[in-house]
Write a protein that binds this ligand. Structure first.
Ligand code: SAM
Length: 327
């Protein structure tokens, strides 16, 4: 993987400990699952039926019982610590094929990719747009956090990827998700205003380096420029649909400031404020306020950069943006 890390050397001045970063990029990524509280009764009935576990610690998500069942089969299952009911698995050969999975009692999702929906902090009864939603891990988190009240509009331009989203929603028993298949750059404005919007933007995926997804083929200049244009157009459209006083989370799984802070700097106006992000149990590095000689809006410092070595995860960059209410 050394070649991959070499491709990331352009970020050396942004990273507090390059050696630790490079070492983390070489390590394989643990498989992580989160427990679906909506299927807690199903899990309990399954356990009553097969009697695999005699007693498990009670908790709101059903995660204690799920973990106990996986451990009873000899698998490793360690609490991630910061996300209720989420565990790092060890030794489960096909986590997407267990009976518990098929019954919708958990979802497999990379740990760092759990963060944007937590930052969005969905509330019951809200109308929320997930603009680039497929295959739907974050949509599912949002729907679950709303306790089935309110609505998530899960949009994606790719019908084939929306099929996976629909299958995930059905398996997890989500009742408050509506699917749409628009190009987000032309999403119908009259569908809004939305209380909150997640824009998990298509990106160059550098943060997936630990999943062995190659960055070696990339031509940084051309690739980044193409992505940045699409990201800025999506963000501009999303902003128009966000209610005054609403919140928008912009996230990518890539490190390039061209796809993160520079997009925010280009697209956001005076009615936007990038807010600080703090998640107990996770470490984030500050955002970039100057890149390639260009000064960026000062609140880009509040962007949270989750470099792989900081929490032993993949990489993600997340911004929480509040929209001012006009005076
Ligand atoms: C990072 S992935 C989203 C992952 C998803 N949020 C999740 O948690 O499962 C980016 C998505 O953006 C979609 N996409 C790309 N261009 C788009 C566009 N113009 N409008 C809407 N979606 C788009 C891709 O099809 C892809 O599914």
């Amino acid at each position: 993987m050394a070649l991959e890390t070499d491709n990331l050397r352009r970020y050396v001045d942004l990273i507090d400990d390059w050696e630790a970063f490079a070492a983390a990029c070489e390590r394989p990524l643990p498989v992580v699952i989160w427990t679906n509280p909506l299927r807690r009764a199903v899990l309990e009935r399954l356990n009553d039926a097969d009697g695999l576990v005699c007693s498990a610690q009670g908790d709101a998500t059903g995660g204690g019982l799920l973990a106990a069942r996986l451990k009873a089969r000899g698998y490793g299952c360690d609490d991630v610590g910061w996300y209720p009911g989420a565990y790092k698995l060890d030794g489960v050969p096909k986590p997407g094929r267990t009976l518990e999975y098929l019954l919708g009692t958990y979802h497999v999702q990379e740990e760092v990719s759990l963060i944007p929906s937590v930052v969005l902090a969905p509330r019951s009864g809200e109308l929320i747009l997930d603009m680039c939603a497929a295959p739907g891990g974050k949509t599912a988190q949002i729907a679950v956090a709303m306790a089935s009240e309110g609505m998530v509009v899960a949009n994606d331009v790719r019908i084939d990827r929306l099929r996976a989203l629909r299958s995930n929603c059905e398996r997890l028993g989500l009742l408050n998700v509506a699917m749409t298949a628009h190009d987000g750059t032309g999403f119908p404005l009259d569908a809004g205003p939305f209380d909150a919007i997640l824009l998990d933007a298509p990106c160059s995926c550098e943060g997936n380096v630990r999943r062995g997804i190659s960055t070696g083929h990339r031509r940084p200049g051309a690739f980044l420029a193409g992505r940045s244009g699409l990201q800025a157009t999506l963000l501009g459209r999303a902003w128009k649909m966000l209610a005054p006083g609403g919140r928008l989370v912009y996230a990518t799984c890539t490190f390039a400031p061209e796809e993160n802070e520079m997009v925010l700097d280009y697209s956001l106006g005076d009615d936007a404020r990038i807010e600080p992000i703090r998640i107990d149990g996770l470490t984030a590095a500050p955002g970039v306020t100057e890149w390639l000689g260009q000064a960026l809006r000062p609140d880009c410092a509040n962007v949270a950069r989750f470099w792989p070595h900081l929490n032993d995860t993949g990489g993600f960059v997340v911004a929480l943006v509040g929209k001012e209410v006009a005076a």
